[in-house]
Design a protein around this ligand. Structure first.
Ligand SMILES: *[C@@H]1O[C@H](CO)[C@@H](O)[C@H](O)[C@H]1NC(C)=O
Ligand SMILES: *[C@@H]1O[C@H](CO)[C@@H](O)[C@H](O)[C@H]1NC(C)=O
Ligand SMILES: *[C@@H]1O[C@H](CO)[C@@H](O)[C@H](O)[C@H]1NC(C)=O
Ligand SMILES: *[C@@H]1O[C@H](CO)[C@@H](O)[C@H](O)[C@H]1NC(C)=O
Ligand SMILES: *[C@@H]1O[C@H](CO)[C@@H](O)[C@H](O)[C@H]1NC(C)=O
Ligand SMILES: *[C@@H]1O[C@H](CO)[C@@H](O)[C@H](O)[C@H]1NC(C)=O
Ligand SMILES: *[C@@H]1O[C@H](CO)[C@@H](O)[C@H](O)[C@H]1NC(C)=O
Ligand SMILES: *[C@@H]1O[C@H](CO)[C@@H](O)[C@H](O)[C@H]1NC(C)=O
Length: 325
C-alpha cells in the first residue's frame, strides 16, 4: 500500500512542476532552460530536449485537457501515464475546479528558492524547521504531517502532492495556504474526485487503502497533475521499462522524485531534505512520523529505489540540487 502512496506523491510533484512552468513561463524560462541544460549536459545526456519539451507542457490539467491530451498522445494511453479510461470523470471533475494555474503569491516571486521536504526518518530531531520555512516555495508530499513536527520540518506548505489514499481527511491538518496537487493513478481516483466535487457519496471500491471520504480543501486549492509528466519521469528520467513480465510489479516513480523534478522546473534554486533511504538499515525509521521501519520500503515492489537513488546522487553530485540532510 505504501508503494502506491509513494508513487502518488511522485506523480503529484511532477504535476506541480508542470503547472508552475506553464504559468510562470515568462519569468522563469531562462533560468529553467539554463539549469536544465547544465544538468543534462553532465548528467543526463540526450534528455535535454525532453526537459525543455516539458517546460512547454501545462503541469496541471484544465477543463479543456482533451485538446492537450490529443497533442501529447495522452488520450491513447491508459491512466496513470495517460488520460484514457478516466475521461468521463475528468470531464466532470475539472469543470468543478476553478483554477488550474499557479497560486498568485508564488507566481510573482522572480527568483524562487525552493525546498522539497521528503518524509524520511532522517528528519527526526533535525531541527530544520526554521530553515525549511525560510524558503519561498515549500513542497511536501502525501500525508507527511506538519502538526507536531514543526521544529524538524517547519510549518509552511506551498504545494502538497498526494493521491486519494494519501490526502489528509482530518481537518486538523487543513492549511488554507496550501495548493494540493493530485496524482491520478487509476480511473477510480478520478471518479473519487468527481464524486467529492459533486458532493456525492464516495465509493471506496477499487482502492488499495480507504481513500479520503471528504475534502478538507476548497476546490480552488486543488490541481490535477498532468499524467504526461509522470510518463516523462518514469520513462525518460528514470528509464523504467514500459512493459514488465507478469511476475513482476510495474515500477512507478516515487512522489519524492516527481516533487524534485517539479521543483527543478519552477525554481531557481532547489534544496531537498528528508530524502535519505538506507535500505541496509532495516530497523531505522522510514518516516519522521509514525513507527514504520525501513523494512517496509525494502519490500516495496512498485518502486525502484536504487534507480531513484542513483538519479538523486547524480543531481546532488552535479550540484543541481543541494541536500540539507
Ligand atoms: C521534443 O519535441 C520535439 C519537437 O516537438 C520532438 O521532435 C522531440 O522528439 C521531443 N523530444 C523528446 C525527448 O520528447
Ligand atoms: C502579481 O503580478 C501581477 C502583474 O505583474 C499583479 O497584477 C498581481 O497583483 C501580482 N499579485 C500578487 C499577489 O502580488
Ligand atoms: C529525538 O530526541 C528525543 C528527545 O531529545 C529522543 O528521545 C529521541 O531518541 C531522539 N530521536 C532520534 C531518532 O534521535
Ligand atoms: C496563510 O498565509 C497568510 C498570509 O501570508 C498568513 O497570515 C497566515 O498565517 C497563513 N496561515 C497559515 C495557517 O499558515
Ligand atoms: C546504512 O546502514 C548500515 C547499517 O546500519 C550502515 O552500516 C551504513 O553505514 C549506512 N549507510 C549510510 C549511507 O548511511
Ligand atoms: C531490529 O529490531 C528487532 C526487534 O526490535 C531486533 O530483534 C533486531 O536485532 C534489530 N536488528 C538490528 C540490525 O538492529
Ligand atoms: C508508535 O509506537 C509507540 C510506542 O510503541 C506508540 O505509543 C504509538 O502510538 C505508535 N504510533 C503510531 C502512529 O502507531
Ligand atoms: C532498478 O534500476 C536499476 C538501474 O536502472 C536496474 O539495474 C535494476 O534492474 C532495476 N531493478 C528492478 C527490480 O527493476
Amino acid at each position: 500500500m505504501r508503494k502506491f502512496l509513494f508513487v502518488g506523491i511522485v506523480f503529484a510533484a511532477l504535476l506541480h512542476f508542470m503547472l508552475h512552468i506553464f504559468v510562470q513561463k515568462k519569468t522563469i524560462s531562462t533560468v529553467t532552460t539554463d539549469s536544465i541544460k547544465e544538468y543534462t549536459s553532465v548528467v543526463l545526456q540526450g534528455k535535454v530536449s525532453l526537459l525543455l519539451n516539458m517546460s512547454e507542457i501545462d503541469p496541471f490539467l484544465c477543463d479543456d485537457y482533451r485538446k492537450q491530451s490529443a497533442i501529447l498522445g495522452s488520450n491513447k494511453v491508459d491512466l496513470p501515464y495517460g488520460t484514457r479510461k478516466g475521461e468521463r470523470y475528468f470531464d466532470v471533475a475539472l469543470k468543478k475546479l476553478p483554477k488550474c494555474d499557479f497560486p498568485d503569491d508564488i507566481r510573482n516571486i522572480s527568483c524562487k528558492k525552493c525546498v522539497v521536504v521528503g518524509n524520511g526518518g532522517v528528519l527526526r530531531n533535525s531541527t530544520l524547521g526554521k530553515k525549511i520555512d525560510s524558503y519561498d516555495v515549500i513542497i511536501r508530499m502525501n500525508d507527511g504531517p506538519v502538526l507536531g513536527y514543526e521544529d524538524d520540518v517547519g510549518q509552511k506548505t506551498t504545494f502538497r502532492l498526494c493521491y486519494p489514499e494519501s490526502i489528509f481527511s482530518d481537518s486538523l491538518h487543513y492549511d488554507p495556504n496550501t495548493t494540493v496537487v493530485l496524482m491520478m493513478f487509476k480511473p477510480h481516483d478520478v471518479k473519487w474526485l468527481s464524486e467529492l466535487l459533486l458532493h456525492r457519496v464516495v465509493s471506496t471500491y477499487g482502492f488499495w487503502r480507504k481513500p479520503a471520504m471528504k475534502l478538507i480543501y476548497q476546490p480552488h486549492q486543488l490541481r490535477v497533475l498532468n499524467p504526461f509528466i509522470l510518463k516523462q519521469v518514469s520513462q525518460n528520467l528514470l528509464n523504467f521499462p514500459t512493459n514488465f513480465p507478469k511476475t513482476e510489479k510495474p515500477k512507478h516513480p516515487t512522489t519524492g522524485i516527481i516533487a524534485i523534478t517539479l521543483a527543478l522546473h519552477i525554481c531557481n534554486e532547489v534544496h531537498i531534505a528528508g530524502f535519505k533511504y538506507n535500505l541496509t538499515s532495516l530497523n531505522s525509521s522510514l518516516h519522521y512520523y509514525g513507527n514504520d521501519t525501513m523494512s517496509v520500503m525494502a519490500q516495496n515492489e512498485y518502486h525502484n529505489i536504487s534507480a531513484e537513488q542513483m538519479f538523486l546522487r547524480d543531481l546532488i553530485e552535479h550540484k543541481t540540487v543541494t541536500n540539507l540532510t
